[in-house]
Design a protein around this ligand. Structure first.
Ligand code: GLP
Length: 240
C-alpha cells in the first residue's frame, strides 16, 4: 500500500485526478468503479475541467456504480446513481451505454448483484477503483464485518453509517436502512485502487486502515492485501 501525503484537500483532488488521467491515458477503455460521498468530488471537478480542455478522454470508459440505497427510484434525490450522474457521468459526457448500474429499485436484489458481478468479470475486473473511506472503515457499503471474499450484495447499514450519511439528507430518519454494494471481492481484485481520505474526522479510521490489524472489522484494512493500492490523504486526516 502506497501512501501519498498531501497538505490540503485541493492537493488531494489534483493528485487523484492526475493518477486517474494517467491510468485512463494508458488504457482509454478502463473499467472504473466510482464512489460518491464528499471526498472524491474535488477530483471529479478536476477531471471535468480537464475533459472540457480536451485533456481527459472519457468516451471509451466503462463505468461501474459502487453502491446504491435499496428501495429508491433513480429520481429520488438520495439516489447514489443520481449523485454519480450529477458529479461524474454528466460532466464527463459519459453515456448510459458505458455504465453498469446497481439498481436500487429493482425487483430482485440478488439478481441485480449477480448480474453486476458477472459484468465485472466480463471486463476482467476493475482497472481503476476510486474509493472513499467510511468512518467505520467501510468501502462502498461493505459494512464491518465484511470478509475479503464478500460478493456484491444487499447489506443492512450500521447505525454508524446511517448517522454519518444523515448529513447528506437532512437527518437520519431519511437514510434508507439497506443498500446494495459492490463486494469486497471485486474491489480487492482491482488492478489499481485510489483511496481518498480527507479531514480530521477520518483520522482514527485512517490510522486503523494503514497500521491497525488487517481484519474484516475494518474492511478498508483488507486493502493492505491487495495490489497497487494508493492512499491519498490530506494533513487533516493524517494528523500531526
Ligand atoms: C458513504 C458511501 C461511500 C463513501 C463513504 C465516505 O457511506 N457509501 O461510498 O465513500 O461513505 O464518504 P465521504 O467521502 O463523504 O466521507
Amino acid at each position: 500500500m502506497n501512501l501519498i501525503q498531501v497538505p490540503t484537500y485541493a492537493d488531494l483532488s489534483r493528485v487523484a485526478a492526475d493518477l486517474i488521467c494517467t491510468a485512463v491515458a494508458h488504457n482509454p477503455r478502463s473499467a472504473i468503479v466510482v464512489a460518491t460521498g464528499d471526498t472524491p468530488m474535488g477530483a471529479y471537478v478536476e477531471l471535468a475541467q480537464r475533459h472540457a480542455l480536451g485533456q481527459f478522454d472519457s468516451a471509451h470508459l466503462r463505468v461501474f456504480q459502487l453502491d446504491a440505497y435499496w428501495g429508491l427510484p433513480p429520481d429520488d434525490a438520495r439516489s447514489l446513481y443520481g449523485w454519480m450522474w450529477r458529479s461524474f457521468l454528466q460532466p464527463l459526457h459519459i453515456s448510459d451505454a458505458q455504465v453498469t448500474r446497481l439498481k436500487g429499485d429493482a425487483a430482485d436484489p440478488a439478481a441485480v448483484c449477480a448480474a453486476y458481478d458477472a459484468a465485472v468479470a466480463q471486463v476482467a475486473g476493475f482497472d481503476v477503483s476510486i474509493l472513499g473511506l467510511g468512518p467505520n472503515g467501510h468501502l462502498g457499503f461493505n459494512e464491518p464485518p465484511s470478509p475479503a471474499d464478500a460478493p456484491t450484495r444487499m447489506v443492512n447499514l450500521t447505525e454508524a453509517s446511517i448517522a454519518s450519511n444523515a448529513r447528506y439528507w437532512g437527518g437520519r430518519e431519511h437514510v434508507p436502512p439497506q443498500a446494495l454494494t459492490c463486494g469486497m471481492a471485486p474491489l480487492l481484485a482491482a488492478k489499481q485502487t485510489l483511496l481518498l481520505v480527507s479531514g480530521a474526522r477520518k483520522r482514527h479510521i485512517l490510522q486503523q486502515t494503514l497500521s491497525g490489524p488487517i481484519t474484516p472489522e475494518v474492511p478498508a484494512s483488507l486493502l493492505r492485501l491487495a495490489n497497487h493500492v494508493t492512499v491519498i490523504a490530506d494533513q487533516a486526516a493524517l494528523g500531526g
